[in-house]
Design a protein around this ligand. Structure first.
Ligand code: PLP
Length: 452
């Protein structure tokens, strides 16, 4: 400490070491965590303490959809802080009214009543409570290949292995799992279209046999767990099934929303109207933490005469809301939803070329600027290089080895178990797309060499 109490300049090594020593690194074994000191980020790039630049090829956690340091959104944070930094959720604020009006412009029609939280996790918790309160039923059907958040309800609803550490105590009462829709690696070994979407029919079978089902939650396009795009009939069929049984449909658009798939929300591809839509991440391009749980007026009406038993101190926090208005306006001004749609064929063609060239690439799939490149040991059996168990046991994963080489070459690429999630900011240029995909191409030989 200096005499004035200010902290002396720290080196990048000190900053990384202090962070490492005093903070938890999430979803990982701690001993391998060496957090990179990042000092700046602009557009599709960020810069480390040594001045090295990295192409942000997955928009951090698939969330910085506008790219870094958008001047208008940065400005809006200061403006909101100066105007009104905090008011409790019982009050009306200008930011709250402006954002609500803006949401009505872009959300699927019919979603008209909003609960603002500060993360996707919290927004999903709100959705579960609302669904249970309105229907008076308890069970929530989720799917195995899914992530819905980290707190008790949302982790219990999560199908992927991040749930395992919490079991059995954190199992959560009433969460049951349906098979995912994964046409490349169908869990019930069906083949589309001959299957006639048996996975949706099985979900109906579950609703009948479980009874007491309040809601079904799906990521309409599954994110981290493989950018799984359902066949066109799936979501309309699921909507019909839910209607037939008086079960609510919750669309978790935390990752797939906000232009990522080339539509404002991924359900828009199939014109399906959920009863509840949950989102976060891209709503502010992640500059400030905001989650949204949007419901139909019909659900909202229930609470006119019933107690809405939910809330947070930070619900509808003005500093989270003002920048969301600026984010949506910037997305509209820059036509980023249209841009993601128009770049889709370019990305698809380039990734298909990787599949032609590299025997380890089993599948490429996606929509908009949201793609997975899935690696397999063997294209016939489609066996992945690593398993969910490898991931939670901290074994070295082939995708992580490749991502580390890409990082050394200045491209930050998210990887999960046996695939990569390609999701650059929606402002990405063709040159930046070329650079990211060329860098992946350069290192896929690591996996090709391990082909069975
Ligand atoms: C589909 C989905 N739902 C929920 C969440 C949880 O959101 P958060 O990390 O903001 O709590 C995530 C996070 O990645 C997600 O991808």
């Amino acid at each position: 400490m200096t005499e004035t109490g200010s902290t002396p300049d720290l080196t990048s090594e000190q900053i990384s070491a202090t962070t490492r020593a005093t903070n938890y690194g999430t979803w990982r074994f701690q001993k391998s965590w060496k957090p990179l000191h990042v000092v700046d980020a602009e557009g599709c790039w960020f810069t480390d303490g040594g001045g090295k630049r990295y192409l942000d090829f997955s928009s951090q956690l698939m969330c910085v959809n506008l790219g870094h340091k958008n001047p208008r959104v940065v400005e809006s944070i200061g403006e909101q802080a100066r105007e009104l930094a905090f008011m409790g959720p019982v009050y009306a604020t200008t930011a709250r009214a402006k954002l609500s009006a803006k949401l009505l412009e872009v959300l699927p029609r019919g979603l008209e009543k909003f609960f603002f939280a500060t993360s996707g996790t919290e927004a999903n918790e709100a959705a579960f409570k609302i669904a249970r309160m309105v229907t008076g039923k308890n069970k929530i059907i989720s799917r195995y290949r899914s992530y819905h958040g980290s707190t008790s309800g949302s982790i219990a609803a999560t199908g992927d292995p991040r749930r395992w550490a919490m079991e059995p105590a954190g199992k959560g009462i009433g969460f049951v799992f349906a098979p995912e829709t994964n046409c490349y690696a169908c869990p019930i070994r069906h083949t589309y279209p001959g299957c006639n979407i048996a996975c949706a029919d099985y979900l109906e079978h579950m609703i009948r046999n479980e009874s007491d089902v309040a809601a079904v939650i799906v990521e309409p396009v599954v994110g981290t767990n493989g950018v799984l795009v359902p066949p066109p009939e799936y979501l309309p069929r699921l909507r019909e099934i839910c209607d037939r049984h008086g079960v609510l449909l919750i669309a978790d658009e935390v990752m797939a929303g906000w232009g990522r798939t080339g539509r404002w929300f991924s359900v828009d591809h199939w014109d399906v109207k959920p009863d509840i839509l949950v989102t976060a991440k891209g709503i502010t391009s992640a500059y400030v933490p905001l989650g949204l749980c949007a419901t139909t007026a019909k659900l909202a009406d229930y609470f006119e005469d019933h107690y809405f038993s939910h809330g947070h101190t930070y619900e509808a926090h003005p500093i989270t809301l003002g920048p969301a208005v600026a984010t949506i306006e910037e997305m509209q001004r820059l036509k980023l939803v249209e841009r993601a749609a128009s770049l889709e064929p370019y990305v698809r063609e380039k990734l298909e070329a990787l599949r032609e060239k590299h025997p380890s690439v089993g599948d490429v799939r996606g929509l908009g600027l949201f793609f997975a490149v899935e690696l397999v040991k063997n294209r016939t059996t489609r066996e992945p290089f690593n398993t969910m168990r490898d991931k939670v046991e901290g074994k070295p994963l082939v995708v992580d080895q490749i991502a580390a080489k890409m990082m050394a070459d200045g491209v930050a690429q998210q990887a999960w178990i046996s695939h990569f999630v390609i999701a650059p900011p929606l402002i990405v240029t063709r040159e930046e797309l070329d650079l990211g995909i060329e860098t992946l191409d350069r290192h896929l030989g690591v996996a090709d060499a391990l082909i069975a």
